[in-house]
Ligand binder design. Structure first.
Ligand SMILES: NC(=O)c1ccc[n+]([C@@H]2O[C@H](COP(=O)([O-])OP(=O)(O)OC[C@H]3O[C@@H](n4cnc5c(N)ncnc54)[C@H](O)[C@@H]3O)[C@@H](O)[C@H]2O)c1
Ligand SMILES: O=C(O)C(=O)C[C@@H](O)[C@H](O)[C@H](O)COP(=O)(O)O
Ligand SMILES: [Zn+2]
Length: 348
């Protein structure tokens, strides 16, 4: 059974969730003449399968794995390959992998000839529930996470649940951070499922579909993050600062998990969130084995990294917080002392 989740907007598209979905590729790539398939080493076999399923001539481009592939240098190498092969606007870019490869593939597609179609074939939990949906594409630079990129919605998204069978356990756990985030900002039924602790195939599929629906509802009305879309950044202000400090060797989902606790404590200490909902963050994240603390002495560096967060306006730091379960809001310009007290709750 294939679940089709619609994403609205100027260029609406579908997110397909199911098993053995490669047969859907010809319709997703439309009338493309050729496809460039970007992948990293662990996904070579799947990339070859997907390339064959397109039914058109393909160019396979292997890129470094995980965050090592999300760089301007790797993007430039991909542009060179497209140029050497005369890729035109009637061709399509396909990303096969987790969020890192699909963010890169989307950015290459957004920038090549000022924008060609692309299709993420997401193979990680985090990629399916988040990175592949919504058209945020980009790379990291020394100054911070995802600081160079473009909004470039895909032509369609493939989430083949079969691929999760080979996903390392740690990466499955990392993906649950974004799923739990969706539970807190919009769909508490997700939290009920997480708290029951049974993550069998059917429950996992339900979690995937619920989280995608949360994201689809948001990006369908606010592609460019002019307002509502900021809620998807819950936990990311501190999360991205941790990733930068760790030189992108920490998993995104792990950093977001710490960031979620920090954001919950910030709201609690600001008098906006009740104790019980704040406590529920730690419990849910611990339940699935996500990290909930970070180095105490890192605070000055993290605070400085948070200043280049995309939600910052002028010098004013802004955080997504909760005013209750599934009631996201913005905390603008909190006192440094409040930030420090919230950090003390995650510091070890
Ligand atoms: N664009 C967005 O809206 C958005 C949203 C959330 C996250 N992101 C980005 O996504 C990235 C994180 O994504 P991620 O958690 O998927 O990490 P990832 O892409 O680095 O993948 C994690 C690891 O799992 C491996 N892997 C993926 N699928 C596999 C499979 N089926 N079998 C075996 N190995 C597999 C990868 O090769 C990699 O080693 C970050 O860069 C983050 O910034 C983007
Ligand atoms: O889609 C969004 O919007 C999000 O914020 C989802 C996040 O989970 C994701 O990590 C995103 O890449 C962060 O975007 P950024 O604009 O803060 O770099
Ligand atoms: Zn994220």
């Amino acid at each position: 059974m294939v679940t089709r989740i619609q994403v609205a907007g100027d260029r609406p598209y579908e997110v397909l969730v199911g098993r053995e979905l490669s047969g859907e590729l010809p319709s997703l790539i439309g009338g493309a003449a050729r496809a460039a398939v970007l992948f990293s080493a662990p996904l070579r076999a799947r990339a070859e399968l997907i390339a064959a399923a397109t039914g058109v001539k393909t160019l396979l481009i292997e890129v470094p794995d995980a965050e090592a592939g999300k760089t301007v240098e790797v993007a430039a190498r991909c542009w060179d390959e497209l140029g050497a092969n005369n890729f035109t606007r009637t061709d399509v870019v396909i990303g096969v992998g987790g969020g890192a490869v699909t963010d890169l593939a989307g950015f290459v597609a957004a920038s090549w000839l000022r924008g060609v179609p692309w299709v993420p074939c997401s193979t990680s939990l985090l990629g399916m529930v988040d990175a592949a949906v919504g058209g945020k594409t980009g790379v990291n630079i020394a100054a911070g996470k995802n600081l160079v990129g473009a909004f470039h919605p895909p032509a369609g998204v493939l989430c083949d649940l079969d691929s999760l069978a080979t996903l390392p356990a740690d990466d499955l756990t990392a993906g649950l951070a974004e799923v739990i985030k969706c539970g807190f900002i919009a769909d508490p039924a997700i939290l009920d499922l997480i708290e029951k602790g049974d993550l069998g195939d059917d429950v996992l599929r339900e979690l995937v579909e619920r989280a995608i629906r949360v994201k689809a509802e948001v990006v369908g009305v606010d592609l460019k993050e002019s307002g509502l879309r900021e809620i998807l950044n819950y936990g990311h202000t501190l999360g991205h600062a941790i990733e930068k400090r760790e030189r992108y060797t920490w998993k995104h989902g792990h950093a977001v998990a710490v960031g979620l606790i920090f954001a919950a404590e910030l709201a609690r200490l600001a008098g906006r969130l009740d104790d019980e909902t704040a406590r529920r963050h730690r419990a849910a994240l611990e339940r699935v084995g996500l990290p909930t603390s970070y180095a105490a002495d890192a605070w000055p560096e993290l605070l400085s990294a948070m200043r280049v967060d995309k939600k910052t306006r002028a010098a004013t730091l802004r955080f997504v917080v909760l005013d209750g379960l599934a009631q996201p809001g913005i905390l603008s310009g909190p006192d440094e002392s409040l930030l420090e007290r919230a950090y003390a709750e995650v510091a070890r």
